[in-house]
Design a protein around this ligand. Structure first.
Ligand SMILES: [Zn+2]
Length: 564
């Protein structure tokens, strides 16, 4: 492709709303353009990347025996009503009405649609298992679309749905997808982790997320380099047994005067004790308005997702000063002894001796507190946020911490949709049973952004080879020099004849502008035809490092063969 005939509208500056590297560079390098909030156009370069990602996904899904279909974007509201999601989805569901007043949703996901297809067409165990997938545009009316392709309102997904006759077979289908996802993300050239997802109704074992490591990711992950364990910080089990203080003889409870001293650091300093022996008492208001107190050791952070999951609440927040006052609780000096609301404790408090808590009285703390002598929590629960250095729950090695972007999610659904929508099959024994389902998503357009988040420098994108829009870029530095142009044309033709995807920058612009654009666009390999041309030399460069190699024009063939 000749750049002079192509369309790469690069920009010197990204708009102010672009905050993260993928958003900035995909706009600046001419891959995408914004049409409206969270809605983007893919320009020729962007579409090439997108197609490559799609094709790698398609290849591995096909190899795994999944069958590609294409389901409608417009999905009738009646299907959503059958599963109750017409209401549950709320404002995120894009709803449209046809001329007769019938409601439709622009599909954010397709469980209902595919289950409808299966219940109408599959009757017998002989027709199962099946796994259907599609690569298609999805819609979600995000309250705050942002970060370009990372959180859009219109985006491209690969979604797959498996149908099996038994739980055992469904787990097999799930395992096949797990393996397939490893192959896909490896071939895409991304550094990723498979993460045990937040333990919901089905359990962590059959829900995994695939996360691309990136500095700006919203997922917080702990992982083990020794055994491969990885989990979201809110799902990771805290191995408190390995982090306990040695046992002590209980000392008598004492109330001490601690004027104006209330944070863990202040109290530890004032009393001269280890922060691990200061126990924080946090008061939370649950979504039903009730208040609970949660104790946690001074050196640990409470994880609100774990808290919300434990109380099966939709939401929970730390009590405000006003809410504490209403409850008659002294802010800054809250403690479990004599408190009128239910007290729960993080497991970090278990087996802790002679510790410090607030005395529910201004400027006072209790020291030498012991359980169960002085108070008893309703229950010990794992509320701790996992962090770097914690022991791995599997092999006990110290965990590492990273952030990342979720790009894939696999889930064993069970019979949630098949029962709600009466998708039954007749088994060998002649009995009707609900089909067991699994669902498997990959954010295709999000992957394009994730790849950039992981692979860039201060000058632009550095594409992994397998998803780069072109493999090779030829830069002719002085288009007025006939010798330069003859050599560049010759290299271009050779590269094309060898089947290399090549972009030839033959535009009549300054060498500086060409280099800047090339860095921004991020094609992995580069042949520069410039001053050396008169001595029969060109330069071979890699985008990933600034290494340059001068080569004889006769040797260009060897380089091109290597690229093939
Ligand atoms: Zn481990």
């Amino acid at each position: 492709m000749r750049a002079s005939q192509y369309f790469i509208p690069t920009m010197k500056e990204a708009p102010a709303e672009a905050e993260v590297p993928s958003h900035i560079y995909l706009l600046r390098a001419g891959y995408i353009r914004k049409l409206a909030a969270g809605i983007y156009e893919y320009l020729p370069l962007g579409l090439r990347v997108l197609r490559k990602i799609e094709n790698i996904i398609r290849k591995h899904m096909d190899e795994a025996g999944a069958l590609e279909v294409l389901l409608p974007i417009l999905t009738p509201s009646e299907l959503w009503q059958e599963t109750g999601r017409w209401e549950v989805y709320g404002k995120e569901l894009f709803r449209v009405q046809d001329r007769k007043g019938r409601w439709f949703a622009l599909g954010p996901t397709h469980e209902e649609t595919i289950t409808d297809l299966v219940r109408k067409n599959i009757r017998s165990y002989k027709d199962l298992p099946k796994n259907f997938y599609q690569i298609q545009t999805k819609f979600r009316d995000e309250a705050r679309p942002r970060y370009g392709l990372i959180r859009g309102r219109e985006f491209i997904m690969k979604d797959a749905y498996s149908f099996d006759v038994s739980e055992e077979m469904a787990v097999k289908s799930y395992e096949i997808m797990k393996e397939t996802y490893h192959k896909i993300f490896s071939e895409l050239g991304l550094d990723f982790l498979m993460v045990e997802a937040d333990v919901g109704a089905i359990g962590g074992k059959y829900s995994h997320e695939f996360v691309v490591k990136a500095a700006n990711g919203e997922a917080h992950i702990v992982y083990c380099e020794n055994c491969g364990y990885a989990a979201n910080v809110e799902a990771a089990k805290y191995e408190f047994e390995l982090d306990k203080l040695p046992p002590e003889e209980p000392k008598p409870l004492e109330k001490v005067y601690t004027p104006g001293v209330s944070s863990v650091e202040e109290v530890a300093k004032f009393l001269g004790v280890d922060p691990k022996k200061i126990v924080k008492t946090l008061v939370y208001i649950l979504d039903d308005g009730s208040a609970v107190a949660v104790l946690i050791r001074g050196d640990r952070e409470l994880n609100e997702t774990k808290l919300i999951n434990y109380f099966k609440a939709l939401d929970a927040h730390l009590a405000s000063s006003e809410e504490l006052e209403k409850l008659g609780i002294v802010e800054g000096f809250v403690g479990p002894i004599g408190l009128d609301i239910p007290v729960y404790a993080d497991i970090s408090v278990k087996d802790l001796h002679n510790f410090v808590v607030g005395a529910n009285e201004k400027d006072y703390h209790y020291i030498n507190v012991n359980i169960p002598r002085d108070f008893e929590p309703v229950e010990f629960v794992d509320f701790s946020t996992a962090r770097e250095g914690d022991p791995c729950p599997v092999c006990k090695s110290p965990l590492k911490e990273t952030t990342g972007l979720e790009v894939g999610h696999i889930f064993l659904l069970g019979t949630k949709y098949s029962e709600a929508m009466k998708a039954y099959f007749v088994d060998k024994d002649g009995r009707e049973k609900p089909i067991i389902m699994g669902c498997y998503g990959i954010g295709v357009s999000r992957l394009m952004a994730a790849a950039v988040e992981q692979n860039h420098d201060e000058n632009g994108i550095i594409w992994p080879e397998n998803i780069a829009p072109f493999k090779l870029q030829i830069l002719a530095l002085n288009t007025k020099d006939k010798n330069v142009m003859d050599i560049a044309e010759n290299v271009y033709k050779k590269a094309k004849s060898k089947g290399i995807e090549v972009l030839f920058d033959d535009r009549d612009i300054s060498p500086g502008a060409k280099f800047k654009d090339a860095d921004l666009i991020g094609i992995p390999y580069r042949i520069v035809v410039g001053r050396g041309a008169k001595n029969g030399k060109v330069e071979f460069q890699k985008r990933a490092n600034s290494e340059k190699k001068e080569i004889e024009i006769e040797k260009v063939d060897e380089i091109l063969d290597e690229l093939v």
